[in-house]
Design a protein around this ligand. Structure first.
Ligand code: NA7
Length: 541
């Protein structure tokens, strides 16, 4: 194409996870010269790095998978209801092989900056080897949960034992046998790693700041008949996913908690508990405190049923609004606290003061440890973007625009004003984080592809979100969030897990189906809310 004559590539992608891989494939198929850069040695994204024992997806495998290609879907067979990390990584390797993706991915390469060049109307992308490349389109497909958060505890660099973060786990196996192990954090990652470590370690100390509501995963092998059926139903499944609120096959109750009797409600909750997985939502559970409490109470009662020691059970009781932190599925998590070699420490009561050379010291006591595991989560949503120095028009930095005194603002979660030809996938203000992310990824990639094809067909050079459209989108995102209980809880959704991070809930809560409709409408109206330019001077609309 015309632009390849002046640019190294039509498009540069950062990341080779679910998003980067599909974006690369789609751009290539559409005839755009494309290069992807990936920090890891191979494909996988977060599924490359989150190799901790027990790492597993909590979206069901039959939909946590690409649906864009029937061939890819039919030729792969998932083995369990919730796929574990090794299986997801194998799957992504299978896709990379089938689509021959690796030839256009440069691995072991980190991008530290990307600057928009107004004179040349392109992006200059800076690699960690000191070189740079140019591209017309810049697509950071970095995900929302890839910037690990190791809290800034005093003394960590003096710790003589081994320490790891779950989100950046070493490739070599970590041997817990006979070791005194500490795990800090009890979100999805902590809850997955804790039961496994407990079985191997001599002693496990769990440092818990906030107890979580626990839902049993009831993971199991998929039986051949079920697999046959899901393959036969491919088209139906794809359609259901795209017509759903959460990008998967989850059913909701379609009624208020109070439309049913207490007995009916408890029966529904019991059934959901037995089936495992996320509890189908009553319409008002996340908007009405009283409705929410009915589910919270049910889940708290399960904790005292399972955990023998009343004091430990008490420590495990959550008090925040049920579901307003990302829900956690577990296998034998609560049961783990019935083991003799496991101790639960409440670090809200007695906070961690420092990491010593030999362990963790809280305001109450010192715990000697050989291995310390940080399951302390991520600088979510904006963190991965802010790790890079991304600059748009007039050298304005994304970080300054969104962080320092500014606030996150995007149009459809796909683009942001002053950053022409930059596209986000599962970005801030998209439905990611509340939706099966693979579904969001597919829809974002497909929207971007239609957009760049349109630009090419109409001989347009740049596309840029308009400030008013962006302000409107951000307002609708905030309005939806403010009607819910989610904004009242400290979570990675609201930015509260990172000290000093601005609070908010920059995720679209209107439902996946509605989001797709809005994106489609913008596309059908030839990119309403965007400015399109044939070249620097000539604005088209
Ligand atoms: P999460 O869900 O953010 O969990 C992190 C955990 O670490 C959580 O229990 C935190 O307590 C705890 N934490 C964080 N910082 C500290 C400090 N300074 N001291 C003590 N405890 C701390 O991350 P995950 O990796 O488990 O899961 C992330 C997402 O990945 C998950 O939601 C799924 O969508 C997939 P807190 O609750 O903040 O008090």
């Amino acid at each position: 194409s015309k632009t390849s004559l002046v640019n190294d590539f039509d498009a540069v992608i950062i990341g080779a996870g679910f998003a980067g891989m599909y974006m690369l494939h789609s751009l290539r198929e559409a005839g755009f010269s494309t290069k992807a850069f990936e920090a890891a040695e191979d494909v996988g994204g977060v599924w490359y790095f989150n190799r901790y024992p027990g790492a597993r997806c909590d979206i069901e495998s039959i939909v946590y998978t690409y649906l864009f290609s029937e061939k890819l879907y039919q030729d792969w067979t998932w083995t369990s209801r919730y796929p574990d990390q090794p299986e997801i990584l194998s799957y992504l390797n299978y896709v990379a092989d089938k689509l021959n993706l690796r030839k256009d991915i440069q691995f072991k390469t980190r991008i530290h900056a990307a600057h928009y060049d107004e004179a040349n109307e392109n992006w200059r992308i800076y690699l960690n080897d000191g070189t740079s490349v140019t591209a017309k389109y810049f697509i950071p497909a970095v995900g929302g949960l890839s910037a690990t958060n190791v809290p800034n505890f005093k003394g960590l660099n003096h710790f003589k034992g081994e320490w790891y973060h779950t989100g950046n786990w070493p490739k070599d196996e970590v041997d817990f046998n006979g070791k005194r192990v500490g795990v800090i954090g009890t979100g999805s990652s902590g809850v997955q790693v804790i039961p496994i470590v407990a079985k191997e370690a001599e002693h496990l100390t769990v440092f818990q700041r906030t107890p979580q509501y626990m839902l049993p995963a009831r993971n199991h092998q998929l039986d051949p008949e079920f697999i046959r059926q899901t393959k036969a139903d491919y088209k139906e499944i794809k359609q259901q996913v795209r017509n759903s609120a959460t990008g998967d096959l989850r059913k909701s109750m379609n009624c208020s908690v109070f439309d049913v009797t207490k007995e009916e409600r408890l029966q529904a909750l019991e059934e959901a508990w037995e089936k495992g997985g996320f509890i189908p939502g009553f319409t008002d559970v996340f908007t009405d405190e009283k409705a929410n409490e009915t589910v919270a109470e049910f889940l708290r009662s399960k904790i005292s049923d399972i955990v023998h020691d009343p004091e430990t059970a008490e420590k495990l009781m959550p008090t925040y609004y049920y579901g307003t932190k990302r829900q956690v599925l577990n296998t034998d998590y609560l049961e783990t606290f019935n083991r003799d070699n496991v101790t639960l420490i409440d670090v809200k009561k007695a906070p961690i003061e420092e990491i010593t050379t030999t362990g963790v010291r809280t305001t109450q006591k010192e715990y000697e440890l050989d291995i310390l595991v940080f399951a302390t989560g991520f600088d979510a949503i904006t963190g991965p973007l802010f790790k890079m120095d991304i600059r748009g028009r007039n050298g304005i930095s994304l970080k300054e625009k969104w962080k320092n005194g500014g606030q996150i603002s995007t149009y459809l979660g796909l683009a942001t004003s002053n950053f022409p030809n930059l596209f986000l996938i599962t970005g801030p203000e998209s439905p990611a984080g509340f939706t099966n992310n693979v579904a969001v990824i597919e829809s974002n990639v497909e929207w971007i592809i239609e957009c760049v094809k349109y630009l090419r067909e109409h001989d347009l050079n740049t596309i840029e979100a308009e400030k008013e459209a962006e302000a409107g989108w951000s307002k609708s995102v905030a309005d939806l969030a403010n009607k819910t209980l989610f904004v009242k809880t400290e979570s990675w959704w609201t930015g509260a897990n990172i000290p000093g991070k601005p609070r908010g809930l920059p995720l679209y809560l209107g439902g996946f189906k509605k989001y797709l409709e809005i994106c489609k409408e913008v596309e059908d109206k030839e990119y309403e809310g965007f400015s399109l330019f044939a070249n620097k001077r000539e604005k088209v609309h």
